[in-house]
Design a protein around this ligand. Structure first.
Ligand code: ADP
Ligand code: ASP
Ligand code: MG
Length: 436
């Protein structure tokens, strides 16, 4: 069994959906995970923002525009009058449902239901298209098997058990279509795996069915060696180890959801990043194989806040670190990077929901300073101590950039630095120029 995930651009129009159909037809049995058509999740969030503000006219206008887009795509997607009619009925039902939220109480629960409509619509439309062209496909509702627990972590046992049961119940199909991104939470409510979460759906499904391969199809030919949105002449990296890919995804390479590599790594399932616009391109193969003697790629994670705690009592007082870390733990705030000295410790976080409380609590231990608008730049590759010279090249490239923190040695494949957001693009370009 193979898992194939297609992102928003890959299913962004009727024409793109027809291309996806060509890529999935034939060969072994597969589970196909689809995102919402590109732009849809943003529009659904915009609708929700109007509804929070009780502006049903504003919401109505965005709904009207979005519905019209889908009506046009339905007319382009299906060939026969019968399927056009069925497609239009399906779209009308989904949009009548979205409109039903306009005059009622609106909370985070309703928002999650609205935001889930994008994937429900794209998969419904696509499966109907496969029916029209005579494929033996079937829809597997993600809300029937994808679940997160009380800590917002995937409930892998539940996912495996329920997905296996659904597959058995619907056995005998060549293609199973399901929604990326959406899930239920521990209370059974509709929820999601955070923005970009369809990649995570694909790897969780891959792990649940022990797939031979997980394919992430997107609009670029694999993981590039730097962020193509900011740096020119970036190139695809052919091979990445699970650890390298996880590091790049977590530290900002948008092509992959931050935590989607782990389920594949745990089950040793290769992940291929492929391009729907250029299906013959090799892309990137993520596997347990570690390439040596090279820097693979650079990524940047935005919206980082650095917190510095200075204390005269730090090093001699054992237990200091534990007390500091406990504060972050009690506010369920993950730490991204840490760096220490005799008199202090600097820590970065990206979730600032509890920043004020954390800072307040940290003041028990010393003077606390906060720097907002920081960026972590992460250089990933074979950086074992024996690979001499790479660290020198990194710092040579960054000699004009003020660096606020450095982390090296946490793993054998990562050097991370913290810089001001305003220095990010220049630093990324300087690193590419020096390293590639
Ligand atoms: P999808 O909608 O298919 O999930 P995304 O927009 O989430 O696609 O991810 C693909 C985009 O990620 C690319 O178009 C590219 O702009 C961006 N990106 C950022 N960093 C990288 C990188 N290192 N390699 C490839 N793409 C990257
Ligand atoms: N549609 C969701 C988003 O835009 C999930 C995804 O595309 O992966 O974030
Ligand atoms: Mg994505």
């Amino acid at each position: 069994m193979k898992v194939m995930k297609f992102g928003g651009t890959s299913v962004g129009s009727a024409a793109r959906m027809k291309e996806v159909a060509k890529l999935i037809i034939g060969g072994e049995q597969k589970i196909v995970v689809l995102s919402a058509m590109s732009g849809t999740t943003n529009s659904l969030i915009e609708i929700s923002n109007y509804l929070y503000k009780k502006n049903s006219d504003g919401a109505g206008e965005v709904i009207r525009r979005l519905e019209q887009k889908y009506v046009d795509e339905v007319n382009n997607l299906y060939a026969s009058e019968e399927f056009k009619k069925r497609g239009l009925e399906f779209i009308r039902e989904r949009f009548d449902y979205i409109k039903s939220f306009c005059n009622n109480i609106f909370t985070i629960f309703e928002e999650k239901v609205i935001v889930s409509q994008g994937e429900l619509i794209s998969t419904g439309m696509f499966n109907l298209y496969l029916q029209e062209i005579g494929e033996n496909s079937c829809l597997l509702p993600a809300l029937d098997f994808m679940r997160i627990d009380k800590n917002n972590e995937p409930d892998t046992a539940y996912i495996r058990e329920n997905l296996t049961a659904l597959l058995e119940k619907n056995s005998g199909h060549d293609i199973y279509i399901t929604q990326g991104f959406i899930c239920r939470n521990a209370f059974g409510e509709v929820d999601n795996l955070q923005r970009g979460g369809s990649d995570y759906t694909a790897s969780l499904i891959g792990a649940a069915v022990l797939a031979d391969e997980i394919q992430i199809w997107t609009d670029i030919d694999g993981m590039h060696n730097n962020d193509p949105r900011f740096v020119d002449n970036t190139k695809p990296v052919k091979d990445l180890s699970f650890d390298e890919a996880a590091e790049l995804a977590y530290f900002g390479a948008k092509i992959l959801h931050p935590t989607c590599v782990l389920p594949a790594k745990v089950n040793n399932i290769p992940v291929r990043l492929l391009n729907t616009m250029d299906p013959k391109a090799y892309g990137t193969l993520i596997s347990s194989k570690q390439c040596t003697g090279r820097i693979a790629a650079i990524a940047a994670k935005d919206n980082i806040t650095a917190i510095r705690i200075k204390s005269g009592r730090m090093l001699l007082a054992y237990g200091f670190m534990r007390k500091v870390f406990e504060i972050f733990e009690s506010y369920k705030t993950p730490i991204d990077m840490i760096s220490t000295s005799e008199v202090g410790v600097s820590i970065t976080i990206d979730n600032t929901r509890h920043l004020d409380d954390i800072v307040d609590d940290l003041k028990k231990f010393g003077t606390v300073e906060v720097d907002k608008d920081q960026v972590i730049i992460c250089i990933v590759g074979d950086l074992v101590a024996e690979s001499k010279g790479y660290a020198a090249q990194v710092f040579d490239a960054l000699k004009e950039t003020p660096i606020h923190m450095i982390s090296y040695g946490g793993s054998s494949h990562n050097i991370s630095v913290v810089v001001d957001a305003s220095d990010k693009i220049e630093a990324l370009r300087a690193l590419s120029a020096k390293l590639f």
